[in-house]
Design a protein around this ligand. Structure first.
Ligand code: F6P
Length: 568
């Protein structure tokens, strides 16, 4: 059967291509002087304000983008996702992370079965377990309360929970419930990460949560075996059942590892790893730290965006607007990157999380039908909280390459500081930058302005800012668990919108497999060379040379089978 036409073959795509020339003739300086245009490029939802007036776009561009959405069958694709259809075709799975935060009485079907009761069964189990741990009913092998948690996991089993934890860590509503408790994340297989995680912790008071969708990820499983050894060495092997629990879709492997299946928290193959923060992957560690009630607010925030995404008209729909504008920037204006710039230190782990959500989802080279694409998909996402980023990479954004920016600001600081004699509060100082930077990018500074300021002639070109650099600004009312959930879901769905338009499968990740299988060959070689002195064989010249150098230079590692844990 012939594949449906690629989106680039449709009239709306071609129309947008032609439209680029019109837009290139305009400058944001002029576009921004049209107050009506700017007013129509602001959208409010649930206390949030999205301002996309600093996009290199007119209302005509938006119309054309809606036509593109029509040609890509965006509405139908969103509905297919919400209907639980198997839209992840290469893995033959539905994509239902929205079910993870759906209200208890709602219905979301996968293969004709409502999955919401299963979700709530696990949430109820997490609530019960986390309350028992937090209240000291569930205690460690030596009778001590488990006040510290190490969550082991990588990629989607790490980045989302870390982002949410970091965001909640300074929220007064959440911290009240975290008193005396610690949550740490062990992700990297680097033994330094083990050392950092166990430093200062006592196995007697530590609960380890092994988080892995597959329960086969090499890094996570080695780290899990390492911490199992850390617990056994200190407390005896029988202590493991009290000090280790698991989150996985693979309960058989959980049991094989030695964790009691009663202490395992399930999720399902219709949850992609990078979309799993609202499953037990995030909910268990976060509930252990902050209590289930706080985490439930986070789920409610995400759910509010799910409903908005499903039902709001495209003109008012935050994820749809953001997704369409991203496609405009990447595919038509030719800006392949995006900077995520939250003006909140609490959101310092947001960009790393979105890097995975976006780049693992949309970094694809073929259509969902396997047809090589004549256009690029995906964005290069990176970011840092403002104002730190300003003193780092903003130079390039202002005068080097054009990088569309997401400015994310918060009205009420989690931790306000006011000081007598200061011109503004510390949060206002931060927000002065949030408001200034988008205009600096949009307007720039002309040679004429510089001449008027008596800038020496030889510095004019150096001090000129071309401007016309696009950004969006998203202003959140506050940063409580609910808003954090909203922010997460806006970005998750924005990425889906982009993928739906590009006609790719945003829910598989075959690109991560090749490196994993090559590492297996190297691992086998390292074992053979270290234990049996076998020479390096079967690799290309470069790899063989450097591998041999590595082995020779580290010949002093123990030859005999022994256990050595970090001593920090
Ligand atoms: O290597 C990428 C990946 O497969 C991600 O998609 C996933 O989030 C991560 O590895 C961890 O996988 P798991 O949860 O199965 O350990």
């Amino acid at each position: 059967m012939a594949s449906p036409p690629l989106i680039s073959e449709t009239e709306p795509w071609k129309d947008l291509r032609v439209h680029v020339d019109d837009i290139m003739k305009s400058h944001l300086r002029e576009l921004m002087s049209d107050a009506d245009r700017c007013q129509s490029m602001m959208v409010e939802f649930d206390g949030m304000l999205l301002d996309y007036s600093r996009q290199c776009a007119t209302l005509d561009t938006l119309k054309k983008l809606y036509n593109l959405a029509g040609a890509a069958h965006l509405k139908e694709k969103i509905n297919r996702m919400f209907n639980g259809e198997r839209i992840n075709t290469t893995e033959n799975r539905s994509v239902l992370h929205i079910a993870l935060r759906a209200p208890r009485d709602s219905v979301l079907n996968s293969d004709g079965k409502n999955v919401v009761p299963d979700v709530w069964q696990v949430l109820d189990k997490i609530k019960d377990f986390s309350e028992r741990v937090r209240s000291g009913v569930w205690i460690g092998a030596t009778g001590k309360v488990l006040k510290d948690v190490i969550a082991i996991g990588i990629g989607g089993s790490f980045l989302g929970p870390l982002f949410v934890h970091t965001a909640l860590q300074t929220d007064p509503e959440a911290t009240e419930f975290a008193s005396g408790r610690q949550l740490r994340f062990l992700a990297n297989v680097d033994p330094i990460d083990v050392a950092r995680n166990i430093a200062g912790l006592n196995p007697e008071t530590t609960l380890v949560v092994v988080v892995s969708k597959t329960f086969t990820t090499a890094e996570t499983m080695l780290n899990a075996r390492t911490l199992r050894e850390w617990i056994s060495a200190a407390l005896g092997p029988q202590a493991v059942s009290k000090h280790m629990v698991a989150v996985s879709t693979n309960l058989t492997l959980v049991e094989k590892f030695g964790i009691d299946p009663n202490n395992a928290f399930a999720f399902w193959d219709w949850v992609g790893g990078r979309y799993s923060v609202c499953s037990a992957v995030g909910v268990l560690p976060l509930s252990l730290q902050y209590g289930f009630d706080v985490v439930e607010k986070f789920l409610k925030g995400a759910s509010s965006i799910d409903q908005h995404f499903h039902s709001a008209p495209f003109e008012q729909n935050l994820p749809v607007l953001l997704g369409l504008l991203s496609v405009w920037n990447v595919s038509f204006l030719g800006y392949p990157a995006r900077a995520i710039l939250p003006y909140s230190q609490a959101l310092e782990k947001f960009a790393p999380h979105i890097q995975q959500v976006s780049m693992e989802s949309n970094g694809k080279g073929v259509s969902i039908d396997g047809v090589p694409l004549p256009y690029e998909t995906g964005e290069i996402d990176f970011g840092e909280p403002g104002t730190n980023g300003q003193h780092s990479f903003y130079q390039l954004i202002h005068q080097g390459r054009v990088i569309p920016c997401d400015f994310i600001g918060v009205v009420k600081s989690q931790q306000p500081v006011y000081m007598k004699g200061e011109v503004v509060s510390n949060h206002d100082e931060l927000m002065s930058n949030f408001f200034a930077q988008p205009d600096a990018l949009a307007y720039g500074k002309t040679p004429e302005q510089l001449l008027n300021e008596n800038v020496p002639h030889h510095l004019i070109t150096h001090k000129t800012f071309s401007g016309n650099r696009p950004s969006v600004s998203l202003l959140l009312p506050s940063l409580h668990a609910y808003n954090i959930g909203q922010l997460l879901a806006i970005y998750e769905h924005r990425v889906a919108v982009e993928g739906f338009i590009w006609g790719i499968n945003s829910f598989d990740q075959w690109g991560v497999e090749l490196g994993k299988s090559l590492a297996t060959r190297v691992r086998t070689q390292l074992h053979a060379s270290r234990k049996k002195g076998e020479p390096v064989e079967g690799f290309n010249f470069s790899t063989a040379t450097v591998l041999t150098r590595y082995l020779e230079a580290s010949a002093d590692v123990p030859k005999e089978d022994c256990t050595i844990l970090p001593k920090m």
